[in-house]
Design a protein around this ligand. Structure first.
Ligand SMILES: [Zn+2]
Ligand SMILES: [Zn+2]
Length: 356
């Protein structure tokens, strides 16, 4: 691309180098931008500028010049905070094309359909009023129903006389997920849950609302009384009450009917602005901070913790590197087996202490 044609006065090689480096990554944080800008400043001033000398203001001025240069090319630069680390992230977003194209341009048709089913699973199947996971684990991502087209989809394709969607193999799905992670669209947690990254949320924001939410924003409090009192409707894509950004990881009101959600990173400021009274601003239910949005909606449940003890998911922890095989055999067995596992693991951990 040649952004120079649209450039503002004063736009120079440093700005060009910055855009190239930014576009190659797709996203940028201040931490990542510091060495890039330090190198540019060093060349421009012909003296060594250290990354530590680069400020947020420096970055913002380069981002604003870059945004002006790329907007005629239908690109926006948008920014958000990482939902967990709070780090500010800037991303290039194509402002007109179908956002799925951004994730899918270099993919096969089958891979593109897989990505759509992967997102459907994340925001429909595993995102219910009771359990707003909005993440899918690595096993779910490889299930046949996500890898292969459903019957209706296949029929639909057929009538349009397109090539039928043959789906992807487990191996292809794994390779694709790996490359989506490398390109910064999805990230995989230690517990093996995939979530959308800030980059994907910035790119897909309007698409997610349009695809998964209803236009109807209210629902009757009592389903048997459609004309009775109304309340805000539960919708698959939700916003944080404090920052109004999409929330896929954070906290929810303890009342399942209530739609108030808060990012963990927004919580402290939100309560401070309400004199520390931790009550839901909509329904006044006490806010216990123990009702979750995201993988914790699963990983904090008793059934998950029990399953984890049985199946030895914790073998991934570096502290217990050699236990895996035995634990997997015992995973087949019942409560008795689980008790055995725990006993054995307790003894194995004391063994390793002796080794040290
Ligand atoms: Zn927030
Ligand atoms: Zn509430």
């Amino acid at each position: 691309m040649d952004a120079a044609d649209h450039a503002a006065p004063g736009y120079n090689n440093g700005n060009r180098a910055f855009i190239q480096s930014f576009m190659a990554r797709g996203t940028l944080t201040l931490r990542e931008a510091k060495p890039i800008l330090a190198a540019i400043f060093s060349v421009e001033s012909d003296s060594l500028v250290e990354p530590a000398d680069v400020t947020q203001e420096d970055l913002e001025s380069y981002i604003s010049a870059a945004a002006d240069a790329v907007s005629p090319l239908d690109y926006d630069i948008r920014t958000t905070q990482h939902q967990v680390t709070k780090e500010r992230v800037w991303a290039f977003v194509n402002s007109i094309s179908d956002p799925l194209t951004q994730m899918a341009t270099i993919r096969t048709t089958e891979e593109t359909f897989y990505i759509k089913r992967f997102l459907d699973a994340m925001f429909i199947t595993y995102n219910t009023r009771r359990r707003e996971v909005m993440a899918i684990n690595s096993m779910q991502a490889l299930e046949a129903k996500i890898r292969k087209a459903g019957k209706e989809t296949a029929a639909e394709e057929g009538t349009q006389s397109q090539a039928p969607d043959k789906g992807v193999t487990a191996e292809q799905a794994e390779t694709l997920l790996k490359s989506l992670a490398e390109e910064g669209w999805i990230s995989r947690s230690r517990e093996n849950y995939y979530t959308l990254t800030p980059r994907a949320l910035l790119e897909l924001k309007s698409w997610l609302f349009a695809t998964y939410n209803d236009d109807e924003i209210e629902e009757p409090v009592d389903p048997n009384e459609p004309d009775g009192p109304k309340r805000e409707k539960w919708q698959p894509i939700k916003q944080c009450k404090a920052c109004r950004e999409i929330i896929t990881i954070g906290q929810r009101c303890a009342d399942l009917a209530c739609t108030v959600r808060l990012h963990d990173i927004c919580e402290a400021g939100f309560w401070a602005s309400r004199k520390g009274v931790k009550k839901c601003p909509e329904c006044s239910t006490a806010w216990d901070g123990k009702h979750y949005v995201g993988q914790k909606a699963v990983t904090t449940t008793e059934e998950y913790l029990k399953g984890k003890r049985r199946s030895g998911v914790s073998k991934k922890r570096p502290a217990e590197p050699s236990d895996s095989e035995e634990e997997e055999v015992e995973a087949e067995t019942s409560t008795m087996g689980s008790r055995r596992t725990r006993t054995r693991r307790a003894s194995s951990s004391s063994d390793s202490e002796e080794d040290e």
